[in-house]
Design a protein around this ligand. Sequence first.
Ligand SMILES: Cc1cc2nc3c(=O)[nH]c(=O)nc-3n(C[C@H](O)[C@H](O)[C@H](O)COP(=O)(O)O)c2cc1C
Length: 183
Amino acid sequence: MDFNEVINNRRSARLFTDENISNKQIEKILESGCVAPSARNRQPWKFYILNDEQKNHIMDMLFEWDKFNSKKRFSVKGTAEQIKTANKMIMIYSDSYKSKAKNKNYKKPDYISLGCAIENMSLQAINLGLGSCILCDTLYIENEIDEYLGINDFEQICGFIIGSPIYNYPPKTKKHLKELLLN
Ligand SMILES: Cc1cc2nc3c(=O)[nH]c(=O)nc-3n(C[C@H](O)[C@H](O)[C@H](O)COP(=O)(O)O)c2cc1C
């Protein structure tokens, strides 16, 4: 796929077919994350590939949280619904928070590095004819997820779902560059 096509075709996929994603595709997506730039080449990313049972459990935890915490204009139900049809889900962690980054100046650069890796993964998914979505709503139940997965030493950044997408919504309007220039 042409480079500009990959960038312009990237959308957050919210509904997926039941097509299986191969381990090779997952590996390729993760490897694309691993070659991203990172501050001082710290490569602060860590990945937890969920099995079906774990994915469904986290989805149920989000539905449960939503029951008691959703408000009129705020709900994580949509995110839980997205997890339902996604073929694979990966939890993305940072290893800088508790272990390496005693130095507070590492914090922002490491978040930026993680963003670079995650965008690489999103673009590789498009390149492979797949769709993905970054999910930060998992952070509402961050402690519960980490406890369930037995993760103690890493900081949860987001969930990342992958599948064969059904793009059933209109093009998203993006701000024009002119609105964004500060000078
Ligand atoms: C850091 C980050 C966190 C996000 N978290 C969620 C989420 O929890 N649930 C969700 O449905 N979408 C989530 N998204 C997807 C955004 O809603 C989406 O990127 C935005 O609406 C723009 O749409 P597009 O990606 O199709 O261009 C997240 C995106 C980013 C970059």
